[in-house]
Design a protein around this ligand. Sequence first.
Ligand SMILES: Cc1cc2nc3c(=O)[nH]c(=O)nc-3n(C[C@H](O)[C@H](O)[C@H](O)COP(=O)(O)OP(=O)(O)OC[C@H]3O[C@@H](n4cnc5c(N)ncnc54)[C@H](O)[C@@H]3O)c2cc1C
Length: 491
Amino acid sequence: MNNSDIVAELGNIVGDRYVSEEPEIQFLYHYDFITAEPEGKCDIAIMPETAEEVQEIVKIANKYKIPIVPWVSGINFGSIATPRKGGIVVDLRRMNRVLEVNEDDMYAVVEGGITWADFVGYLNKHHPGFRTGVTFSPPGTGVVPSCLAYGMWDLGMIGGTGAEFTNGLEVVLPTGELIRAGSCSLTDYWYGRQPLPDISGLFIGWEGTTGIVTKAAIKIWPKLPYRTDFLPFANRVEDGVPMLLKLSKAGLGIVDLLMTNLGWAQSLQCFDQKSVAIDPVSLGLPDFIGLITTEAYTEEQHEAQCNAIKNICREHNIEPLTADVQTRNFPEQMRGVLGHIFPATGGQLPIQFWGCWNFARGGGGEWIGCYNTTRNIIKYYNLSREICLKYGKSPQYYCRIMFGGHYCVTRTNVNFNKNDPEDIKNTRQILKEIHDAVQQLEGTIMYKPPKWVVQHYKDKTLPETTNLIDKIKRFLDPNNIMNPGQGIGDE
Ligand SMILES: Cc1cc2nc3c(=O)[nH]c(=O)nc-3n(C[C@H](O)[C@H](O)[C@H](O)COP(=O)(O)OP(=O)(O)OC[C@H]3O[C@@H](n4cnc5c(N)ncnc54)[C@H](O)[C@@H]3O)c2cc1C
């Protein structure tokens, strides 16, 4: 069979309009738009509309033993949707519907290709009293991939990762069968993954190598009437982190708790990397920028929460200014886009804002992003900071405290110019050095690991655990067609 015959067969499933092997279409799917990872190869791109169509596509891929890669927008920061071994890229963005919203049990059932813009827009329009958590990624990126890849949302303090926001899944297995995981496997309700064996774990953290999720139930939350975003600054990360950790355990209605260093905040504000200070610390600018979001049901409760937050900040000699006030006071070097938007919105940023980062001319960015013990926050920053400065890059650090302070995310971004091969080479070296350095910190585990990191974890994990992971992958995907060359199950 040549590709054109397979395209014709696939066309019978989705219609000729939604399958292509044209070079300009292949190009769109062959790489991760922003990372420094090597490019892949897309032979055929296809856009199904239903789970049944996905099943038929997977069966054809099995028949011809062709790789098949689930895809929503392919800008996940780890290049984990890049087709490493060619084959069919299944662009799921026609499967972008919200199928049900259950306000009583607070979840929404969505299709596997829904984007943040689709989801947030739908809730705002039809269920304005409820919201989902959102990421900092562009509105056109996928919700379900973020759930499956342990994404971080702006409700992380109350809900944990995107995986923990996921109540249940409908999945097309790599052999074409359709299964359900969670309460939806035996009732019409998608209220949770309890109390049966939790087989959702067969699809979470696997980078699309064990099946294509066609539906997912995602927790939604009520929009509470009172909310304040504090944006406290401190000179050094060492000064601010103890305050964050104390706040995380104080039970003050905090729904989001994070810090960035000044480098990260500048990147988010569309500053060009070359026009900002590589090392703001050397200029005496505040290097710790916190974000504390607290919500409450009544005014009295809110006032009490805010007062307690202010007191904890002041115990650490940090002034707890709110986001709108703080940004009005920004020194010129820190003003950027935030300085205009925060005061206008009273401290809350619109979803359209996220993803407007400036990755420097040429628009490349990648990170070493890890889940971690909260004990490593400062050490991680200092290790990665030193490496960035050694290579003349602005260290861009970000840490989010998760799930009531039970763990955290630590992450250093490196921006680069995609049009400059030397810069890309340099960036790969920096990422490797940061990875090796921070892995020395016990408890540090990278999420959305790009291909070159996966082997590191396979070597480090208990051998029996790695064997089990390999067996599960072989069992689910006997022809090894699902996103081959990616993920922890790759052999
Ligand atoms: C500027 C920027 C900021 C970001 N900020 C954040 C952030 O704050 N928090 C965060 O969590 N992420 C963030 N991201 C990362 C990422 O874009 C988001 O997590 C996003 O929601 C993932 O969607 P995607 O469309 O890029 O996924 P894709 O790249 O299309 O897919 C990611 C992985 O999931 C697999 N996959 C996709 N769909 C399915 C499916 N239906 N079934 C099975 N497997 C599937 C793919 O094969 C791939 O392995 C950011 C990205 C950018 C560019």
